[in-house]
Design a protein around this ligand. Sequence first.
Ligand code: COA
Length: 257
Amino acid sequence: MDFSTIKTSLDNHIFIITINRPNKLNALNQTVLNELNEAMALAYTDANIKAVIITGAGEKAFVAGADIAEFVSVKDDEGESLSKKGQDIFFKIENCPKPVIAAVNGFALGGGCELAMACHFRLASTNAKFGQPEVNLGLIPGYGGTQRLTMLIGKGKAMELMMTGNMIGAEDAKTFGLVNYVESAENLIPKTKEILKIILTKSPVAIAKIIASVNFYFNKEGFNEEAKLFGEAFLTEDKKEGTAAFLEKRKPVFKGN
Ligand code: COA
């Protein structure tokens, strides 16, 4: 398969998807999302693929969020559908019957943190940083972050991270339960493969049923509410100011409308 914004490889039945826009810190534009969707469709159907690792190209970022530059060209009333599209692709990752692990090798912010959280579990390199900084843009997480972060680290910590937009490092992410292991950058993929090697000795039928059963716990209504509220935030002047400020490399001044 030919992709322009992701790279894929197959190693001992482990399909590695690498988000590949290092100059933009692997930000998720529509092409990345579409290609990720296609790569995941392949993971569902190709019998040679028994597990998936999702990671980012370069040494700095896993994924630094949705592509903020692209937000400017999205119509004001398309926020909800933008959110739903991202949510649907991330559901495809979450509901994949084969294990999907995030190897977080740097910034995992906004949609990047949400992508990592849609995976079945996460490993991080020592330089990884996690956060949901949408509030700095006058927005809210829109790719499932309000739901999955709360589920993974608990309501209080999730509220604080989303309201402050602050980042946390890999060790804090491990303490909070957001990642299972912290590894050196060199050891991140080898350790992820080591864990998958154990999983791949088990019954794939049982693994698929564990994934389906654990995911059943999620309340899908919460995701619909998130998309609706993201759509409302997308209509505000604060969102215009927040995204313009990021692109102009200045601090936003929010007026609350
Ligand atoms: N969308 C679009 N472009 C992005 C991006 C994003 N989410 N994150 C980073 N980039 C781009 C920058 O605009 C910059 O492009 P340029 O070189 O053409 O100006 C390039 O990636 C490198 O980023 P830069 O900001 O210069 O790196 P830094 O080391 O100074 O800062 C971050 C790193 C992650 C702190 C900073 O890029 C950032 O805050 N990114 C946005 C995070 C965010 O809000 N994500 C949620 C989006 S909903």
